[in-house]
Design a protein around this ligand. Structure first.
Ligand code: SAM
Length: 410
């Protein structure tokens, strides 16, 4: 193992990241991820997932718990975190998740299944490698031809304030000490600065985070950051294709940010240029989260209006439905219908066809044909045109997605 990788391991073994219990991550649902690309997975083998840099297994364990038919492998160099992840898997009685020590700089010892992994997730890891492009190239080699790679790396603009604090700490703290001593001194610097009346909010935030988050943010020994062109360069160096942002609307300028002429110009830009604009205006997310695929694969087109009746849909597992209902004499009255998408705020759904479709979707836990949705809504008195519009809205907002045919067989 390279000396710098060894040092990163030592760093994380002292403070395994993150603290807290297993959590659901954006893009945890494998069938949804695979539905984004044209090529279907083969059906003669189980679905296999790699969590590259799984640490304590917070993502891998949640993924395995909710998808018992999916085989998950989590790898990392942090032996303490891997041990903890394995113990948690045993405690939960999970037999579809394994953990192994693998250095992502070489992938030596990685057990790549025949045909490659169907999905690889790597969140917050590649930017800690000495050569992230080589790390991505190696992951590409382990990804199936039909596979999807979900990647998160640091954003230069999103990390700006963190880097400023980290540089101030560098100037004031003896970095030759052991990490716990650096932490104590750096905490003191942050305490003093954050309590000054004009302290920037980023310093107050630094004061509040726990030790694990603190060292990861402000005392890291090996990390790099990406602007949008830098990210696209990394993807090209890795030999992969950009499929889409994990949260595309977050990377588009909105009417609240620009007036209509400028907004029109912004909307006409390519996804890369549009994202660069949003990033330069500091309107974008604080991290870069993308879905990638092999260059021979492509994004799967969404059904056209004429094809809605024959399309098969599933409710997007990251959507949460909130209904406020009142039961009155022999009837139920829906008073508020709202939808929560990913990390978004809860958004109220306007009454009419959109509430009607949301109510059908709320109770739908199996894939269903578009025709059954259309019939249910028309029967309730909605016009076919308004139903088509509502379904297209549900597709656009990712309330639903279209699973591949192979995933309709249980
Ligand atoms: C910030 S943590 C992210 C952990 C996890 N993916 C998550 O989202 O919570 C970074 C992880 O990358 C791992 N890591 C860093 N360099 C690595 C390498 N060369 N090979 C494997 N894992 C590495 C660290 O051990 C650490 O667990």
């Amino acid at each position: 193992m390279e000396a710098s990788t060894e040092a990163v391991r030592e760093f994380y073994e002292l403070f395994p990241y993150p603290s807290g219990a297993p959590t659901l991550r954006i893009g945890f649902d494998i069938r949804y991820l695979m539905s984004l690309v044209r090529m279907e997975r083969p059906t003669d083998r189980p679905i296999r997932i790699l969590d590259a840099g799984c640490s304590r297994g917070v993502g891998a364990l949640a993924c395995a718990t909710l998808q018992p038919d999916v085989q998950v492998l989590g790898v990392d160099i942090n032996r303490i975190a891997l041990e903890e992840a394995q113990q948690e898997a045993t405690r939960r009685g999970l037999n579809n998740v394994e953990f192994a020590e693998v250095d992502l700089s070489t992938l030596a010892g990685l057990d790549v299944p025949e045909g490659g992994f169907d999905v690889i997730m790597s969140s917050g890891v590649l930017h800690h490698l000495l050569d992230p492009a080589e790390g991505l190239r190696l992951l590409k080699g382990a990804l199936a031809p039909h596979g999807v790679l979900a990647l998160m790396v640091y954003s230069k603009s999103g990390r700006r304030e963190i880097l400023e604090i980290s540089q101030a700490i560098d100037a004031l703290v003896n970095k030759n000490q052991a990490l716990p001593a650096q932490l104590a001194d750096a905490r003191e610097v942050v305490r003093v600065v954050s309590q000054k009346p004009n302290a920037p909010s980023a310093w107050k935030d630094a004061y509040r985070v726990d030790d694990v988050e603190f060292v990861d943010r402000y005392l890291h020994i090996q990390e790099c950051v990406y602007d949008v062109p830098g990210l696209f360069k990394l993807i090209a160096q890795g030999g992969l294709s950009f499929l889409r942002w994990m949260d595309p609307p977050a990377w588009q300028a909105k009417s609240a940010d620009l007036d209509s002429d400028l907004l029109q110009k912004a909307r006409a830009l390519s996804p890369m240029k549009s994202a660069r604009l949003v990033d330069n205006l500091r309107l974008g997310p604080r991290i870069m989260e993308v879905y990638l695929c092999q260059p021979e694969n492509r994004a799967r087109p969404m059904p056209i209006p004429e094809g809605l009746a024959h399309a098969v849909f599933a409710v997007h597992p990251e959507v949460r439905f909130h209904t406020v209902q009142r039961n009155i004499w022999c009837a139920t009255r829906i008073e508020v219908m709202s939808i929560e998408r990913r990390n978004d705020e809860v958004t109220p759904v306007p009454p009419g066809p959109l509430t009607a479709i949301a109510l059908v979707l709320r109770d739908q836990n199996e894939p269903f044909q578009g025709q059954s949705l259309i019939s249910a809504m028309v029967e309730e008195g909605h016009s076919p045109e308004s139903v088509t519009k509502a379904i297209l809205h549900a597709i656009d907002q990712e309330w639903v997605y279209c699973p591949h045919a192979v995933d309709l067989v249980y």
